[in-house]
Design a binder for this molecule. Structure first.
Ligand code: RET
Length: 248
């Protein structure tokens, strides 16, 4: 009798990840980590009072949106062996503005205005759209360098605003758990976010033979950056909420 299995189509629904595909591996693990982090943030949300609940919710939304994108990016990489640039930038364009919202939510107690949030969101969108141009549209000659430079200007504006600008003054006025959380998030933006331009240089042309020649893969660098900045960032907010609650 003919086995039922022989009638199955040759292509399975699950794409194979080969042993030495370490890029595919980081997409896979990244996906799981984002899912687990989302479950953690969503389930712990209700342990906190209103002020912090929204912040934890936003942490969960950031990792959840990333989990869904990683699901697609993992598949895309497995199927085509190419960078899923489009999904990557859609993910960032949704999650990075949410991180700007997180800064605002934390500083709201100290009297932060919505205008601060919109300034940060606008700068982050400029940073990402110009980065996309350099990575996916103007990919030859000086294209990546020029668009990367404009992107970096927007990035440094965000760094300035939170480290030295009005956001810093609000955090100092608030003190306590708010100031501590703000400082930690500032470090994420200065050090954690700096991982991304390195990935960009590994994957685009025009950097004197490129970081890619050191054997560094752009997607691996981006995936490590995302794990640190999305899950770590959310955990800092969670820690601040726990600290604030224990002091009340
Ligand atoms: C969860 C995703 C995050 C936090 C993504 C952050 C992305 C950046 C900070 C990207 C920055 C870039 C530059 C500063 C210059 C080169 C182009 C980019 C877009 C990679």
């Amino acid at each position: 009798m003919k086995s039922l299995f022989l009638n199955l189509p040759m292509m399975a629904d699950v794409t194979k990840i080969v042993n030495d595909d370490y890029v595919g591996f980081t997409f896979f693990v990244g996906c799981m980590a984002m899912m687990a982090a989302s479950a953690f943030f969503f389930l712990s949300m209700n342990n906190f009072d209103r002020k912090w609940k929204t912040s934890i919710l936003v942490s969960g939304l950031i990792t959840f949106i990333a989990a869904v994108h990683y699901w697609y990016m993992r598949d895309y990489w497995a199927a085509f062996g190419e960078s899923p640039t489009f999904f990557r930038y859609v993910d960032w364009t949704l999650t990075v503005p949410l991180m700007c919202v997180e800064f605002y939510l934390i500083l709201k107690v100290a009297g932060a205005q919505k205008s601060l949030m919109w300034k940060l969101i606008l700068a982050s969108v400029v940073m990402l759209v110009t980065g996309y141009f350099g990575e996916a549209v103007y990919t030859t000659g000086s294209g990546p360098a020029v668009w990367g430079f404009i992107s970096a200007v927007a990035y440094f504006y965000i760094v300035y605003e939170i480290w030295l600008g009005s956001a810093k003054k609000l955090a100092e006025a608030a003190g306590g758990a708010t100031l501590k959380a703000h400082k930690m998030l500032c470090w994420f933006v200065l050090v954690g976010w700096a991982i991304y331009p390195l990935g960009y240089m590994a994957g685009t042309e025009g950097w004197y033979s490129g970081l890619g020649n050191l054997g560094l893969n752009m997607d691996v660098i981006y995936n490590i950056g995302d794990a640190i900045n999305k899950i770590g960032f959310g955990l800092v907010v969670y820690g601040a909420a726990v600290a604030a609650q224990n002091n009340d």
